[in-house]
Design a protein around this ligand. Structure first.
Ligand SMILES: O=C(O)CCC(=O)C(=O)O
Ligand SMILES: [Fe+2]
Length: 256
């Protein structure tokens, strides 16, 4: 959750629609889920780092119910920085948020189990609690990496491994702004309600992937609400083995 290299230039890509590899050398992939007989549209946005967007994975109605549940929780103002004095100028994050145990509330629990049933590549029980974030007008999440610094998070990283993957569920979208941008690899995603974006933060050797720098772009109008699961490395060895080249993961279980 480290923030680095913050500069205004990084926001320049927020206004654009940038789609990474998708539409170039990688095509949209569709498959029919055998469990629910739903057409699931899956979009690979980047191969290295691996970024995948599951369209409409969470039913709209469930997303709306989860929003109500989130609003009933006390969302404290999250400004984890301490780097600047005024909230307006926080270099890190101007959003309200809270942690929530995976299955503590019925709709978040339902969402958790749906995600687990659909994303076989990850054992979501290894994730930290839900991190619910609500961004009002002018809110944002400055460019950062999700992987932890092993020096400052020794106990967590040694026992559970680093944050190998991020699972971001979009529960509500801003009217304007609020895209998720990866400035180093020219990807700017404007997901819809119920979309789930997943990416891998670390390389197979456990090293952090510096290309995964990302941010929530400033909200121009409306409120964006997302819920994140930061999935830890220990427990993913069999569902997501390293590929034979040892440089990438075998990601087939993200599709079936
Ligand atoms: O809300 C977003 O678009 C990004 C959230 C994020 O970076 C995170 O939860 O780690
Ligand atoms: Fe993040």
């Amino acid at each position: 959750d480290e923030v680095i290299e913050f500069n205004e230039k990084m926001w320049e890509k927020c206004g654009k629609e940038l789609r990474g590899d998708s539409g170039k050398d990688v095509n949209l992939v569709c498959f029919r889920s055998s469990e629910y007989l739903l057409i699931q549209k899956i979009e690979i946005l980047s191969l290295r780092p691996f970024i995948i967007q599951y369209h409409n994975m969470v039913h709209r109605r469930l997303a709306k119910r989860a929003v109500l549940e989130a609003e009933a929780l006390q969302l404290e103002q999250l400004r984890i920085s301490g780097k600047t004095e005024t909230p307006e100028k926080s270099q890190v994050r101007a959003a309200n948020g809270t942690w929530l145990i995976h299955t503590k509330r019925p709709n978040f629990a339902r969402m958790f189990w749906n995600l687990q049933a659909n994303i076989r590549a990850l054992d979501l029980s290894t994730a930290e609690p839900w991190q619910i974030l609500s961004y009002n007008s002018e809110g944002y999440y400055a460019p950062h990496y999700d992987f932890l610094n092993p020096e400052t998070n020794k106990v967590l990283v040694e026992s559970r491994g680093n944050r190998i993957a991020t699972v971001l569920v979009i529960l509500q979208i801003a009217k304007k702004g609020g895209t998720t941008v990866f400035p180093k690899i020219n990807i700017n995603i404007r997901p819809k309600i119920g979309d789930v974006v997943v990416w891998l933060n670390t390389l197979p050797d456990g090293e952090s992937d510096s290309q995964t720098l990302h941010a929530a772009c400033p909200i121009k109008e409306g409120t964006k609400i997302g819920a994140t699961l930061w999935v830890h490395a220990k427990g993913q060895e069999f569902s997501m083995p390293c590929a034979l080249d040892d440089q990438t993961y075998d990601t087939k279980h993200f599709f079936a």
